[in-house]
Design a protein around this ligand. Structure first.
Ligand code: IPM
Ligand code: MG
Length: 363
């Protein structure tokens, strides 16, 4: 089979980790007899520099014409002036919206070899295996009005709108429940229903959707409590369903359970094609562009490599290939390979390319 993958390296460490991901896909193709055709396009700060637009129309087009997208990261100090008229992040948000990728799947799984790497005690993180299912194209990220203005009495004022329609919450929650059925059959719906109207609707819809999955255990947890439970008893969570902003915040917190942001992959999905044959997706590491270490060849490529594994499984249905990549990552870690972000005493410190090579050797 031939698959068309769009590579969007972006900014900072993005190009380094995407190169590692592309190399890995090439190796999987050789080993299992698939052809992965790759096309590269611009997004983020580099796209602003080259075209003035963080998401050039050509980028959206090439993404739409392919089977899946592998993205690095966007943003950096060069483009972060709060007064700048365009920002790299608009490229990423526009891409998610433009491709209607409403469900962001962020698995947080602790590789046993990294049990001592988390800043949390190893007895707390032992057995962590959860997935955050985050709504990605609604909520306060996209609600209108979103603006800055001057009030009649001359003060600067800015506002954002947190808005959810019932169908936006429902389709996200259905993805969470379907995923839970393939796992440990528990869904935790996160909201702030004690304060926010949009959260009260979210909770109402969560109960309606839950009623259709009587075989799945359902609970509601307020987002502030959820932040606390993630540190106190993280192994109790299975699937966490959350709106855009809450899911963003909780997923960075949860990444620490896996040892490092550099370990966390993600998939952003839209509606499954009606015949169920393919699920177009955007795959990206959860981490950002890490400008402080960009260009040094030391970024951890595992989040991107694990994102590529999610692509193999979810968009291409290549289950055994995905398993092979994930277990190769586990073995590279067990054999002591560590990038600086996950380094600990007695291990072999390596850079991006050596880590990718260690995984590829073990496929
Ligand atoms: C993420 C990132 C993005 C987000 C930024 C870069 C716009 O933090 O993917 O979690 O907030 O969604
Ligand atoms: Mg984030």
């Amino acid at each position: 089979m031939k698959y068309k993958i769009t590579l969007l390296p972006g900014d900072g460490i993005g190009p380094e980790v995407v190169a590692a991901g592309a190399q890995l896909l090439g190796a999987v193709g050789d080993r299992f007899g698939h052809e992965f055709e790759t096309n590269e396009a611009l997004i983020g700060g580099i796209a602003i520099d080259e075209t003035g637009n963080p998401l050039p129309e050509a980028t959206l087009e090439v993404c739409r014409s392919g089977d899946a997208v592998l993205l690095g990261a966007v943003g950096g100090p060069k483009w972060s002036d709060p007064l700048a008229p365009v920002r790299p992040e608009q490229g990423l948000l526009g891409l998610r919206k433009g491709l209607e990728l409403f469900a962001n799947i962020r698995p947080v799984k602790l590789f046993p070899a990294l049990a001592d790497t988390s800043p949390l005690r190893s007895d707390v993180v032992r057995g962590v295996d959860l997935v955050i299912v985050r709504e990605l194209i609604g909520g306060i990220y996209f609600g209108q009005p979103q603006e800055k203005h001057t009030t009649p009495d001359g003060r600067r004022e800015a506002l954002d709108t947190m808005r959810y329609a019932e169908d936006e919450a429902a389709r996200l929650l259905h993805v969470a429940y379907q995923l839970a059925r393939q796992r440990r059959s528990k869904v935790t719906s996160v909201d702030k229903a004690n304060v926010l109207a949009s959260s009260r609707l979210w909770r109402e819809v969560a109960h309606e959707v839950a009623a259709r999955y009587p075989d799945v255990v359902s609970e509601d947890v307020l987002v502030d409590s959820c932040a606390m439970y993630l540190l106190r008893r993280p192994a109790d969570f299975d699937v966490i369903a959350a709106g855009n902003l809450f899911g963003d915040i909780l997923s960075d917190e949860a990444s620490m359970l896996a040892g490092s942001m550099g370990m966390l992959p993600s998939a952003s999905l839209g509606e499954k094609l009606a015949d169920g044959s393919a699920w177009f997706g955007l795959y990206e590491p959860v981490h950002g562009s890490a400008p402080d270490i960009a260009g040094q060849g030391i970024a951890n490529p595992l989040a991107t490599i694990l994102s590529a594994a999610m692509m193999l499984r979810t968009s291409f249905g290549l289950e055994k290939e995905a398993d092979a990549v994930e277990s190769a990552v586990g073995r590279a870690l067990a054999d002591g390979y560590r990038t600086p972000d996950i380094m600990s005493a007695g291990m072999k410190q390596v850079g991006t390319a050596e880590m990718a090579a260690a995984v590829i050797e073990r496929i």
